[in-house]
Design a protein around this ligand. Structure first.
Ligand code: PLP
Length: 333
């Protein structure tokens, strides 16, 4: 089976497991796990922020990050197929008590005029106050699309002038960085708070970080514990993430090349495949997924007419080539 359902499916490599086994550990709730502390400091520095907090999942990192800039009863604006709106199972409403309004734009892009039109400043008892705008880079359900840094800078400038914070869901920000060459610190500069994942294309078995100011991270540390996310000797997990940062960032370019090949096999212009995710419209999404599985290629239906393929560490070039042959045959009219 060639498994293209998600880049979360990767298994830790032998070398990563060795790094995990060697990790120095302590009780992280006591602030005594040196491997976690080193990873947090390293990742904060990569984005030019003061601090970071290790979290078990990207969803928790997003909840902590958004809650650091949006209070209960306030709203966050985001694109309508954003992961925080679609796939975190209402966590931001259920846990933080915020509301969301969305704009819709092709390829999940920032739409500043729409944001300006929706933005509601503090109007006392009349409207929900817009506290933050959230952007997702790369954008998962839009097909791993990159948000151009110029658009993010324009959003940052507008947000600064309008007393509004920017949250960046950077679960796959590494992919955007490798695809565009934009330094991670430039992405860090456009956001008040970020969430990044080590467990997607980077291949760690678990681990995400919220990144932001020292005060925001100190508050998030309390919230994380309240949510049951205070973890103990998790240096073994942080070591996997550190290993992934050392060894698995630059190779994302291979995943991007494989995704372009797969996109082409399904009739897309390869130039429209920005990173490691391919999203195609198929009227028969479920049946297409089932037919592909019987031919040894697992892909996912992410909507009744939408199919998604994701390349990753455990998909080699020859796997991608074999999958492309199968998929182009199945997709042929
Ligand atoms: C863009 C984006 N943000 C956040 C997450 C959440 O990560 P997790 O599955 O670790 O909760 C995902 C998961 O795929 C994602 O694609």
């Amino acid at each position: 089976m060639i498994d293209l359902r998600s880049d979360t499916l990767t298994r830790p490599t032998d070398a990563m497991r060795e790094a995990m086994a060697r990790a120095e550990v302590g009780d992280d709730v006591y602030g005594e796990d040196p491997t976690v502390a080193a990873l947090e400091e390293r990742v904060a520095g990569m984005f030019g922020h003061e601090a970071a907090l290790f979290a078990p999942t990207g969803s928790m990192a997003n909840v902590l990050a958004v809650a650091s800039v949006v209070s209960p009863g306030e709203e966050v604006l985001c694109e309508s197929s954003a992961h925080i709106a679609r796939a975190e199972l209402g966590a931001h409403g259920a846990i933080t008590g915020l509301t969301m309004r969305t704009w819709t734009r092709e390829r999940g892009q920032v739409d500043l005029p729409a944001i300006e039109a929706m933005h509601a400043p503090d109007m006392g008892p009349f409207f929900v106050r817009t506290a933050a705008v959230s952007v997702e880079n790369t954008h998962n359900f839009a097909g791993g699309t990159v948000l151009p840094i110029e658009d993010l800078r324009a959003l940052r400038a507008w947000a600064g002038d309008n007393d509004t914070k920017v949250h960046l869901d950077g679960a796959r920000l590494w992919n955007a960085h490798v695809a565009t060459g934009t330094p991670l610190a430039d992405y860090g500069r456009i956001a008040d708070v970020l969430a990044v994942c080590l467990s997607k294309g980077l291949g760690a078995p678990i681990g995400s970080l919220m990144v932001g100011s020292a005060d925001a991270v100190a508050e998030a540390r309390v919230r994380r514990k309240r949510m049951g996310g205070g973890m103990r000797q998790v240096g073994v997990l942080a070591a996997a993430g550190a290993y992934a940062l050392d060894h698995h960032v630059e190779r994302l370019a291979d995943d991007h090349a494989n995704a372009r090949l797969l996109g082409e096999s399904l009739g897309l212009d390869p130039d429209d495949v920005d990173t490691n995710i391919v999203v195609v419209q198929r009227p028969d999404a479920m049946a297409f997924v089932e037919r592909a599985a019987t031919e040894g290629v697992r892909i996912a239906a992410v909507g009744p007419r939408t199919v998604r393929l994701v390349t990753h560490l455990d998909v080699s070039r020859s796997d991608a080539e074999r999958a492309a042959v199968v998929l182009s045959r199945l997709a042929a009219p």
